[in-house]
Design a protein around this ligand. Structure first.
Ligand SMILES: [Zn+2]
Length: 162
């Protein structure tokens, strides 16, 4: 929080937090909604704050964090991280059947010839975790921000997602 006006600040860069990041990628919500159009009566829900909330569309408040980022960080600065997550998700969705036989992720199959890699995916996840952490009143560790800023100093954390 800013000392002067109590308005929230972007956890990443410190500018005024005037933007709400998506907790679930907007493109993924669109993808799911488009694929289930024929399923009358079905709708998406998400559990937040121990409550089931209906997702009425990609801009639904149910899939947005509180304002904790500036528009620049939420859009331009994190764009390559978002793309990395989309690349990863598309790979997983396309290969789902194969994971039962071979539970291995081939990073080269996902990111070869692309501008991003699994470090960008890690930054997407750190971004998402950070927005969630801010809502819980947790101060974002400097290590996370350094990693988001492509610091070469290494990190003091490990990222495990399952
Ligand atoms: Zn920012």
């Amino acid at each position: 929080m800013s000392e002067s006006d109590n308005s929230p600040m972007c956890w990443w860069c410190g500018a005024s937090a005037n933007s709400q990041a998506h907790s679930v990628k907007r493109s993924r919500i669109k993808q799911i909604m488009n694929s289930s159009k024929e399923d009358s009566g079905e709708f998406l829900q998400i559990c937040r704050d121990r409550e089931l909330r209906v997702i009425r569309g990609p801009k639904s408040k149910a899939v947005k964090f509180e304002r904790s980022m500036c528009a620049n960080c939420n859009n331009a600065r994190s764009q390559s991280f978002d793309q990395s997550y989309s690349d990863f998700l598309n790979y997983v969705l396309a290969k789902t059947w194969k994971f039962e036989e071979e539970p291995v992720i081939r990073w080269d199959e996902i990111y070869i010839g692309k501008d991003s890699d699994q470090r960008h995916l890690a930054r997407y996840l750190i971004n998402n975790f950070s927005c969630r952490a801010v809502e819980m009143g947790i101060v974002i560790p400097d290590d996370w921000i350094s990693f988001m800023n492509f610091s070469d100093d290494g990190t003091g954390f490990d990222l495990i997602r399952f």
